[in-house]
Design a protein around this ligand. Sequence first.
Ligand code: ARG
Length: 568
Amino acid sequence: MLNFKEKIAEAISKTVNINKEELESYIEVPKDTSMGDYAFPCFKLAKELRKAPPAIASDIKENLEIDDKYINKVEIVGGYLNFFVNNSILVEEVLQEFENRNENYGTSNIGEGKNIVIDYSSPNIAKPFHIGHLRSTVIGGALYNIYKYLGYNVIGINHLGDYGTQFGKLIEGYKRWGEEYNIEANPIDELTKIYVRINNLCKEDESVLEECRNNFKKLEDGDKYCTEIWSKFRSLSLKEFQRVYDLLGSKFDSWNGEAFYSDKMGEVVKKLEETGKLVESEGARIIGLGENTAPCIIGKTNGSTTYATRDLAAILYRARNYNFDKALYVTSYEQVLHFKQVFEVAKLLNLDEKYINGLEHVPFGMVRLKEGKMSTREGNIIKLEDLLNEAITRALKVIEEKNPDLEEKEEVAKKVGIGAVIFNDLSNSRIKDEIFDWDTMLNFQGETGPYIQYIYVRTKSVIEKAGYLPKYEDINIDILTDCSSINVIKTISNFEEVLKQVVQKNEPSILSRYLIDLSQSFSSFYNSNKIIGEDKEKQDTRLYLTNAVGTILKTGAGLLGIEMPSRM
Ligand code: ARG
């Protein structure tokens, strides 16, 4: 596809003798289109060329040889060079590219031959799948799709929290009162109750706590009774989690959780022993990490392993089995210290530099609820399944008000409700805390999932009204050079670049923002142009653009994990 930035950088490079990659990285897209389509800030070169930016600008302009087929005006404003592209060429290039790619518009092969491991969702067995795990599931899932779309080989791992001392407690509680609870019917709720009860008992009676610790030790040593109950907890929990995954459309390539590494930690401990850095401290085995970082605990006082040790074993395993170029961990920022410690200790495992450099924590902010809006029996823990079902119910209510005669309302409500939750989760930069507010996220006119779906549905209904899809050969590009059409075209042309930025920063919100921009640009195109009913050529041309927008919205939303209804 035609790359204007590259063309401009190439031309500038010939005048200043600086490589074009560097120059290209400086080129900006001005917010105000009267400042051109692209701007080159000459002050970036001031130091190197030892000249004032305006002087650089005029020197470059004087010597610049750039094909006027592509760029039809270059202006100097202060220390900037502003470039105006030839709109007809732009329209032609963009639509030709769309014609060739269609649903695959924006794909690329930058990821070819690269392996990306994404560790996401990863809820804890026997505990409620709560709203914090929603973010991991949704952010990780979007990254998964987008990396894949750009040609990377992606491995999605649900690193289940299916191991650890809490299972010692659960086993103890189950041993004592198992009969009283109906865990088959309602696994997570009942196991949570057992957990709360045994925890209280542990607080009163130190010897019970000791029993619990021993249970976990026994589980690690493969004790038959403990293993059996543990595996029952695991499979019942997974069955319940699966209902949430079905609602969200989440899929994983591997479900190897923490327990999977139970027989793989010996090697980690051995390697760490060999470095001489594994030391005893108050009965535990730790690796010191200097003054500013808390030490990483490798083995507990009673000899059992830790969350960190399992993560270290997982790094070894993933390096060997997936040969990863990047290994991403999507969790809340509460785990920043954990990953800092683990990545630091991983350097002692004798792994190739490539793997150490590829480790990356992708942290995200907390979800905060508008107070008093939602509560559950347990108090403040909100179960994700309840929340998703509530989203669907609320979406159905909005649809019933707006379009009572709609067919298959339930199906549409599901896509709208779930889409609203997913989009809300991805609409701000991930590190920010998220405010969970039903009215905001379900507003059809806001910057929301339902708004994007609504614009998509509008593109569909225009095409349906026309009754045909126009052919590329029948369109006349000069019809699309007005301001609002060009705006749509320019936005379309940015799609691939946007996807690349998403993976560069592991930031799906860049795509969310893009889909809002595309929707809004289409909305003003729609308001200022008559699509159907003018002469055939205009109709074909504008319909063609309409279809391109709808297709890209669907592709983009799909990458975020949002499905499009065909009506709403
Ligand atoms: N189960 C953990 C939690 O709920 C998240 C696990 C993240 N992945 C990892 N490899 N540590 O907090």
